[in-house]
Design a protein around this ligand. Structure first.
Ligand SMILES: [Zn+2]
Length: 305
């Protein structure tokens, strides 16, 4: 039995999202013609019409009071969201310059952000890995835009991202790692260039602890994103205290050693360690500890002989 008030809220929100994207996409139709992009543009028009049809089907024969939502309502919503999501993907992929030309990029980003966060809200109830991967991927893209960082933190976008990782699906975790790497990369660039200052926005939401806990994942591309995120966060001096208290400095030291697979990341970690005086002290201790551990291992080995 589906709670009707909940369905109604979801339904009205979906209608809202549909209208928003209709207006945005409407401004692009002159650029989105079959003759210009014969293969690409069969998609968004098809998706727009499909979503419109599904919406009208869902609300026909209903006066919103007393008539229950169909049993398959969650599935219908999922399909509509997928279609709307594809339209957004097409706009970002093929028409972002048009949007910039209209001065609509802030509006597009805001609409997309609300869409993604609401989808996360619905997805968190479904726990379907495919949906979670899609939403995590969308948030990961938003993380690559520094102007959206404060909004993402305020709207619990990063908390949502870390929450999605709890499903344990490796594809979802890969998107979460990519999102944090995107976020950290943009943030460290802005810090270095002087556009922002202070501790990373990621610290409050426990992203660094998540990165440390997941730094030994098997999937190499995911591991690379996690290592990149740690390296970028380490470049901000105001994160040094967090690095020492969470053990991330040790992790950075590990990345700089031979254990990490990629040379460029290893060098980035080494450079960061050498550059930050707080880490230098720590690294010396670390080297000392690793020698001690080595000797311990030798002793154990000799004893075993
Ligand atoms: Zn197009």
């Amino acid at each position: 039995m589906i709670l009707d008030v909940y369905c109604l809220c979801v339904f009205l929100t979906v209608v809202d999202f549909f209208n928003q994207i209709n207006i945005l996409y409407g401004t692009l139709t002159e650029f989105c013609t079959d003759s210009l992009y014969p293969t690409m543009c069969a998609g968004p028009k098809h998706d727009q019409e499909g979503a419109s049809l599904l919406l009208s089907k869902t609300c026909s024969n209903r006066n919103f009071i007393g008539v229950p939502f169909p049993r398959n309502f969650p599935d219908v919503v999922k399909i509509i969201f997928k279609r709307l999501f594809r339209i957004y993907a097409h706009i970002y992929h093929s028409h972002f310059q048009n949007i910039v030309g209209f001065g609509e990029e802030v509006h597009l980003n805001t609409c997309f952000k609300h869409f993604v966060l609401f989808t996360w809200h619905v997805a968190s109830k479904s726990n379907d890995p495919q949906t979670l991967r899609m939403v995590a991927g969308a948030i990961a893209n938003l993380c690559g835009n520094q102007k959206l960082h404060e909004m993402l933190i305020e709207d619990d976008g990063i908390k949502a991202l870390l929450g999605m990782a709890q499903c344990g699906n490796s594809d979802v975790i890969a998107q979460v790692a990519r999102g944090l790497a995107n976020f950290a990369k943009c943030e460290s660039r802005a810090t270095v260039q002087g556009y922002r200052s202070g501790r990373s926005l990621l610290m409050e939401d426990g992203a660094l602890s998540w990165l440390i806990a997941n730094s030994i994942v098997t999937l190499s591309s995911t591991r690379r994103h996690i290592e990149l995120a740690i390296c970028h966060l380490a470049q901000n001096d105001d994160n040094a205290q967090d690095f020492i208290s969470t053990g991330a400095a040790k992790e950075l030291s590990r990345i700089s050693s031979l254990e990490s697979s990629r040379e460029d990341i290893r060098n980035l970690a080494k450079k960061t360690l050498a550059w930050n005086p707080n880490f230098q002290v720590l690294m010396r201790e670390e080297v000392h500890v690793s020698y001690l551990n080595f000797y311990k291992d030798v002793l154990v080995f000799e004893r075993a002989l």
